[in-house]
Design a protein around this ligand. Structure first.
Ligand SMILES: Nc1ncnc2c1ncn2[C@@H]1O[C@H](COP(=O)(O)OP(=O)(O)OP(=O)(O)O)[C@@H](O)[C@H]1O
Ligand SMILES: [Mg+2]
Length: 478
């Protein structure tokens, strides 16, 4: 046996096979993949030969395969006798065999791309467009998702992006440091930027629907809330009057301006609860018993927020200065969400933060492109409104990098939302099937074979994904 490759791989031509091989063919190629072997078809002057290349110590994978004719010839022998071994279905280009596209990409590499990993020696890169058209990182626990996300967040400033990491578990300072990044900003409670429940350029339905879902409000409760929030944001007194009138019948202009000025001056959740309770107390005798219960339940739920130690993180309307938090320095900004111990409030905070970034972007208040890293993405994307924003943000210079461990929990893994998908090892069969389909991988089982840091990357415009090893310590630019 002759060693042909420096990594102790051997390349072997199999002289033939019989029908029993066909029955085990899929299992054979899976086993081959799991030992980092691959099938090669090589054609010279019209004569084609098939080879198996695998690490030399895994030689027995080949010997033990039923139906493979045991006269195994080394590729040094020239005769083309024997049958061609049927290729694995679909994925023969995957195993770091530099395909034409990858070669081309390598040769045309420009400084407008960052290197996320390598496939043998070929750099697998992402450009500005890939970041703005959103990335999804999927994988089971411990497969390397957060390391990959930190790598991309750390490299993104080379493409003119400010990375903002919504650090769900409080691990990104360590991750960035372990990748040699020192220029980062950590924002932690109580110094987290306050987020606004409303913004003049985001439809009120969007703002309300977040509260509605997170606080589990009924539609009637949402409409009460909407009436008060309209008053605080658009100052559209007639609309608010109309809404409040439909709730109370009697509200007068003085009361309206009184509410508006309390909300305007205070701008806190407590002020919101205060004005709602005030109107309720004044008109409660007019309400049926059921209506009273509904108002009281709304006040109770908002009070959960108002009375919590995190109340100061929420304001009613955006005062604009929040942008200052996000344009400090060039390194990634890590928002330590794990400091918010209540999961419900953590989620609410994260969603409003994204809302606010979006609002800042559409009003052109951001001077840089943003890459927003969202860990535990299903918590945030299960809210339909945020999924819609994600689809919109590209044109305003915000890209999302969403990390999920259970893709099944995402409402939809649509190509429209995520142009680049980076799939780490996935053990659950249901998740594998979803992801394999999304990335164009025929055999979902390959996803179960990956080691930490190994990924399949499906980039826009490619039919099959690339296999790569995420490069944690190598430079972002070649
Ligand atoms: N590119 C890589 N190369 C080598 N090892 C890696 C790579 N990425 C991650 N690892 C290793 O894999 C382990 C898990 O990494 P990481 O915490 O990023 O996984 P995860 O998918 O985010 O896990 P969890 O779902 O628990 O958050 C770490 O011990 C890390 O050292
Ligand atoms: Mg993680």
């Amino acid at each position: 046996m002759r060693l042909l490759r420096p990594q102790h791989h051997i390349r072997i031509r199999v002289s033939g096979f019989n029908d029993s091989f066909i029955d085990i063919m899929d299992a054979f190629y899976r086993l081959l993949a799991s030992v980092k072997g691959r099938y090669i078809l090589e054609c010279k002057s019209g004569n084609c030969s098939s080879f198996i290349e695998l690490p030399s110590q895994e030689y027995q994978v080949l010997v033990a395969a039923p139906g493979l004719i045991s006269t195994i010839k080394l590729d040094t022998e020239t005769s083309a006798e024997g049958r061609l071994l049927p290729p694995p279905r679909g994925n023969e280009l995957l195993w770091c065999l530099p395909s034409d596209t990858q070669y081309r990409q390598h040769r045309n590499y420009t400084r407008n791309e960052i290197v996320v990993g390598y496939c043998n020696d070929i750099a697998v890169t992402l450009d500005e467009n890939a970041l703005l058209r959103h990335l999804l990182i999927v994988g089971s626990t411990g497969s390397g998702k957060s390391h990959t996300a930190a790598r991309i967040a750390a490299c993104a400033h080379n493409l003119g992006f400010q990375s903002i990491i919504l650090d769900w578990h409080g691990e990104y300072e360590y991750l960035l440091r372990s990748q040699g990044i020192r220029d980062y900003v950590i924002l932690s409670y109580p110094n987290l930027p306050p987020v606004a429940l409303t913004a003049s350029n985001i439809p009120l339905e969007v703002s309300i629907s977040v509260l509605e879902r997170t606080l589990e409000l009924s539609q009637f409760q949402s409409s009460i809330l909407a009436a008060f929030l309209i008053l605080s944001t658009t100052q559209d007194a007639n609309l608010a009057k109309g809404l409040l009138n439909s709730l109370t019948n009697h509200i007068n202009s003085n009361e309206l301006s009184d509410i508006a000025s309390i909300l305007d001056q205070g701008n806190t959740i407590s002020d919101l609860v205060y004005v709602i309770a005030k109107i309720f107390n004044k008109y409660r005798d007019e309400f049926s018993r059921a209506e009273q219960e509904i108002w009281l339940a709304l006040i109770r739920r908002l009070n959960l927020l108002a009375a919590s130690r995190y109340a100061s993180l929420f304001i009613i309307k955006d005062s604009g200065y929040v942008t200052d938090y996000f344009l400090r320095g060039t390194g990634p900004i890590v928002i330590r969400l794990n400091d918010i111990l209540s999961l419900r409030i953590r989620k609410l905070y994260a969603i409003y933060l994204i809302n606010m970034l979006y609002s800042q972007a559409i009003s052109n208040r951001l001077s840089k492109k943003l890459l927003v890293v969202i860990e535990e993405g299903h918590n945030i994307l299960d809210n339909g409104t945020i999924s819609e924003l994600v689809a919109e943000t590209r044109k305003y210079g915000i890209g999302f990098l969403v990390v999920v461990h259970t893709p099944r929990l995402l409402p939809e893994l649509s190509e429209a939302n995520f142009n680049t998908i980076i799939a780490h090892r996935i053990t659950s069969i249901n998740d594998r099937i979803i992801v394999a389909r999304a990335i164009g991988l025929d055999d979902d089982y390959l996803l179960a074979q990956l080691e930490p840091g190994d990924v399949f990357i499906r980039k826009p415009g490619t039919k099959t994904p690339f296999l790569a090893k995420i490069a944690l310590e190598k430079p972002c630019l070649i």
